[in-house]
Write a protein that binds this ligand. Structure first.
Ligand code: SF4
Ligand code: SF4
Length: 337
């Protein structure tokens, strides 16, 4: 059963942070309550440009030193701020399950904060043995989303270069089966299909394909950040045809609520930092090029010091002005008043 004091600590912290956001203060009177941690910046795939694909993975666009976050470093972060988190994502750019400590990291965060919702995204190539699948379903992970943007190998590998659809679908099928046999709910298994022009024709068959594997949810979405306006009509066509296939919300947010969202400030700079595998802290996971570094967690520098350090406070200040909106927010529809 969840500890009452754990819930109280989290609620009090969240309330302080939300108040700082409501008053648009540069200094946040609490710890981030949502956190993304890039436990690996290495990937086995090479998702890449095709002429009709909107973007490629920054994994291969920027010159990065390959890093797997050590368990010791992860523990240090969680020991500092883990108790305050309501949600955490243990991935960013890179395949998280390449990190041999991925399962230990999930377990550790759950031990410190049993109520936190942990979500991970994977390309699905690291669950080839029964023992790995067992570790996964016993880890405490809440949500696992498989990125599968094609239902035939030919279409799948147009974007997921180097990927093997059969390996991925077998992993999904076996994990879902294991959950069923063990009669457990988590991790909730999502099948995520990002629509590009080259796979548009498969979008209407995705739900049947994924449901046959036993997944809990099918998520069909667009590459929101990089969508080309000329494809919006195609997407609207798809939207109108797939409403019955999945939760309406994700597409609604793009076509309808999106215009409302643009009239509010994004709260991420007050709530939700991203820690890269090498310890750098960036403003937001949408910074695909790691240009918004506000500090580096090192032996003598903690996340809390960075959180209200000069760089973060300066960023929040500029974020609120239309003239100086810093990257990545200047390219993101979420920021506007
Ligand atoms: S699987 Fe994910 S992290 Fe790996 S190259 Fe593709 S988009 Fe990037
Ligand atoms: S405005 Fe966009 S880029 Fe900036 S913090 Fe919010 S979600 Fe991230």
């Amino acid at each position: 059963m969840r500890d009452h004091s754990e819930t109280k600590i989290k609620l009090e912290n969240k309330s302080r942070v939300d108040t700082s956001f409501a008053h648009l203060e540069n200094n946040v009177h609490g710890s981030p309550y949502r956190l993304r941690i890039e436990i690996s910046n290495i990937c086995n795939l090479r998702c890449t440009f095709a002429k009709d694909v909107f973007s490629n993975c920054s994994q291969w666009e920027i010159n990065k030193t390959p890093v797997l976050m050590s368990f010791r470093f992860f523990k240090r972060i969680i020991d500092e701020v883990g108790i305050y988190l309501t949600a955490s994502e243990l991935y960013n750019y890179g395949e998280p399950f390449i990190n041999p400590y991925a399962i230990d990291m999930i377990r550790y965060l759950k031990k410190i904060n049993p109520g936190v919702i942990i979500e991970m995204h994977t390309n699905g190539h690291y669950f080839e043995t029964e023992s790995k699948r067992l570790d996964l379903v016993n880890s405490g992970l809440d949500v696992l989303s498989f990125s599968v943007d094609g239902i035939t190998q030919e279409i799948y590998e147009r974007y997921r270069v180097g990927g093997n659809l059969e390996i991925v679908t077998e992993a999904i099928r076996k994990i879902c089966h294991l959950k069923k046999v063990m009669d457990i709910k988590n991790p909730k298994i999502k099948f995520q299909f990002v629509i590009f022009e080259h796979n548009l024709h498969q979008a209407l068959n995705v739900k049947d394909f994924a449901k046959e594997l036993g997944v809990d949810e099918v998520v069909i979405k667009t590459d929101f950040f990089n969508i080309k306006s000329e494809f919006k009509n195609s997407h609207r066509f798809i939207y109108e045809n797939i409403l019955s296939l999945q939760s309406k919300d994700s597409m609604d947010s793009f076509f309808k609520k999106d215009s409302e969202a643009r009239h509010k400030f994004c709260d991420f700079p007050w709530v939700y930092p991203t820690i890269l595998a090498d310890g750098r802290v960036i403003i937001c996971c949408r910074d695909r090029y790691y240009r918004s570094v506000v500090g580096i967690i090192k032996h003598n520098k903690t996340l809390s010091e960075i959180w209200n350090g000069d760089n973060y406070r300066d960023f929040r200040k500029k974020f609120l002005t239309n003239e100086q909106t810093p990257y990545p927010c200047c390219e993101c529809g979420c920021r506007h008043k």
